[in-house]
Design a protein around this ligand. Structure first.
Ligand code: WQD
Length: 328
């Protein structure tokens, strides 16, 4: 059994690739290395290229007898997607469509996709279930929803069975501090907290302290990246056992505020996190956290790592990689 992982040199992709190999699978990574790092792939076979290259994808499938695909490769900066929508529709949507077309033409019938909780936009209520209204508030989110729809139709027409995992807030690093998030490319909270605590930035900007939440700051569902990686293994196993196409939240079911993250970081690192309260960031909901029942019921997946595990692993990774990224 060989698994093709697109975007396997990236943050979540590299940690998932390592976990997939530990389950006994053989893995081939396809990554453009535009934002990923060859070093993060280790000794897993790496093909440098684009998912939109039909000839290349076909060759990979034929050469390696690919049975299943995990598709991470995408652009993910929400702000950039609003400035340059064509870049996102082209890379994320057209690229995915070409990939799905090529792999289904080669007989692949199992596919796991990195979707996002961003498609819920500002939810009417929390926790957010898969039955909640989808309300994309960015081009980035829309591209992910469009890919979910592509997967539905390739299921109807080409026998492709897929699991779209709607990630909540991925955070943390591998427990051995060798794989983590490149803070040069991230607008997310945890890398910015780490920059502030390590003195790589003067202070963390806290976007809003007047939300209708217990301490006024935004509440999110932070899931350890190693738990998130495990959800992909569970999704592949579900499909191997005959599971039908599924769209599923991946979170912990618990909400944590920005201030709670700061306080926990100060307790765990023993260092202050310099921070400045700023106005709210456009488009940010006050609260967003997941219902986790569907993942538990269908995939047998439950996140097991704590917020302290997330923070301590992120801190250890950034201490070990003071430039914020791995060697290349
Ligand atoms: C979390 C909280 C901010 C940075 C986004 C995307 C989503 C997914 C994850 C996928 C909010 C606050 C943040 C900072 C802060 N991406 N914050 N200062 O917005 O929930 O989700 O990332 O690839 O698609 O929309 O995550 O980490 O940016 O923000 O105060 O410097 O931290 O306001 O309350 P978000 P985030």
């Amino acid at each position: 059994m060989t698994t093709l992982v697109t975007g396997g040199a990236g943050y979540i992709g590299s940690i998932t690739t390592r976990l997939l190999r530990s389950t006994g699978r053989s893995v081939v990574v396809l990554d453009s290395l535009e934002n990923g790092h060859a070093a993060a792939v280790g000794d897993t076979p790496l093909v440098v290229g684009n998912v939109a290259n039909t000839d290349l994808v076909t060759q990979i499938c034929r050469d390696n007898d690919i049975d299943e695909v995990v598709h991470f490769a995408a652009y993910k900066a929400v702000g950039e997607s609003m400035e340059n929508p064509g870049k996102y529709f082209d890379n994320n949507v057209t690229g995915s469509q070409k990939l799905i077309d090529a792999i289904t033409a080669c007989g692949v019938t199992r596919f796991v996709f990195s979707s996002t909780a961003a498609i819920y936009g500002t939810p009417d209520s929390v926790p957010v279930s898969e039955a909640s209204a989808v309300r994309c508030e960015s081009v980035y989110a829309e591209t992910k929803l469009m890919i979910e729809h592509l997967l539905h139709w390739y299921g109807q027409t080409r026998n492709l069975r897929s699991v779209s995992l709607r990630y909540f807030n991925a955070a943390g690093a591998s427990s051995d501090s060798t794989l983590g998030e490149d803070w040069r490319f991230s607008q997310n909270l945890m890398p910015h907290v780490m920059k502030a605590v390590l003195g790589a930035s003067p202070a963390l900007n806290v976007f809003g302290d007047d939300y209708p939440t217990p301490d006024g700051t935004g509440v999110r569902d932070y899931i350890h990246v190693e738990d998130l990686a495990a959800s992909h293994v569970a999704a592949l196993d579900y499909l191997s056992n005959g599971g039908q196409t599924l769209v599923c939240n991946v979170g912990t079911g618990h909400g944590t505020s920005v201030l709670e993250i700061l306080q926990a970081t100060e307790r765990i690192t023993g260092k202050p996190v310099p921070h400045v309260i700023q106005p709210r960031r456009a488009g940010d909901p006050s609260e967003c956290y997941a219902t986790t029942m569907l993942a538990a019921e269908k995939l047998g997946f439950v996140a097991t790592r704590s917020l302290d595990d997330i923070i301590s692993s992120a801190y250890a990774w950034h201490v070990a990689h003071p430039t914020g990224h791995s060697a290349n």
